[in-house]
Design a binder for this molecule. Structure first.
Ligand code: NAP
Length: 236
């Protein structure tokens, strides 16, 4: 093992954007701690899979502690785990509210707090969180207040943490996607979803992965909410 190669934590790593991020970091020589509830052990010795609900503090503790025990350092945290429940506001149940807040907000808070404490000891690090452009640009026909409530908080927390940690060698950024072609969206919805973007297409997983990789190497960029949304947040 080369203990000088970088280490990234990726949450929500079993499929979709998270699986793409794991592959991109591995392609660049990072070792990866990959979390999701259903994630399976990897054949790759440089991928440590830790199964569990990232909304639970005990799971976040395992991700950081077992990652450190195996790889010895944490350079990057990608807060990607998230769920999306689109409903008219008055139809949201108390369970919808609790589960979205648990994954999207508690799933950010616990692991970010624990990873930042390690980055602070190292004097370097980068946190990047996947949010959504629905925060800036709500779409008629896609009622989704819980996405805006939770991810809007993550955008604000990104800027706040970027300033709090700016002098300690730690950068904090977010990527704000439009609608991305992942297992989240059934193929029969793709045409309608493509039309919601000024560029008239859905995003690809690679579009979001590229932005995360860019931010990870962009030493002068912090507190940035990088929109990867085909122009959605700019207007229609
Ligand atoms: N796809 C889009 O159009 C879109 C647009 C804007 C923003 N985003 C954001 O991008 C991120 C990734 O989305 P995606 O489209 O790749 O979604 P996805 O295909 O549904 O994947 C979600 C991932 O999160 C994991 N996950 C769900 N609940 C979890 C929990 N409690 N603890 C740990 N892992 C959990 C899932 O694995 P398990 O089931 O194994 O836990 C899966 O690996 C999310 O934050 C989402 O809000 C997506």
């Amino acid at each position: 093992m080369n203990s000088s190669s970088k280490v990234a934590i990726v949450t929500g790593a079993s499929q979709g954007i998270g699986a793409g991020v794991v592959q991109a970091f591995r392609d660049r020589g990072y070792r990866v701690i990959a979390n999701s509830r259903s994630i399976k052990p990897s054949n790759d010795p440089d991928v440590l899979a830790i199964a569990g609900d990232i909304g639970e503090r005990a799971v976040a503790e395992r991700v950081v502690a077992e990652g450190l025990a195996k790889f010895g350092r944490i350079d990057t945290l990608v807060n990607n785990a998230g769920i999306f429940v689109a409903k008219p506001f008055t139809q949201y149940s108390a369970e919808d509210y609790a589960s979205v807040l648990s994954v999207n907000v508690a799933g950010f808070f616990h692991v970010t707090q624990l990873a930042l404490a390690e980055m602070e000891k190292q004097g370097s690090g980068h946190v990047v969180t996947v949010t959504t452009s629905l925060v800036d640009h709500a779409i008629d026909g896609v009622p989704s207040v819980l996405a805006s409530l939770s991810k809007g908080g993550l955008n604000a927390a990104t800027k706040s943490l970027a300033i709090e940690y700016a002098k300690r060698g730690i950068r904090v950024n977010a990527v704000s996607p439009g609608i991305i072609k992942t297992p989240l969206h059934a193929p029969e919805t793709h045409e309608w979803l493509a039309a919601l973007h000024p560029v008239a297409r859905m995003g690809e997983i690679a579009d979001v992965v590229q932005a995360i990789v860019y931010l990870d190497g962009a030493g002068f960029v912090t507190g940035e909410i990088l929109h990867v949304d085909g122009g959605q947040s700019a207007g229609h």
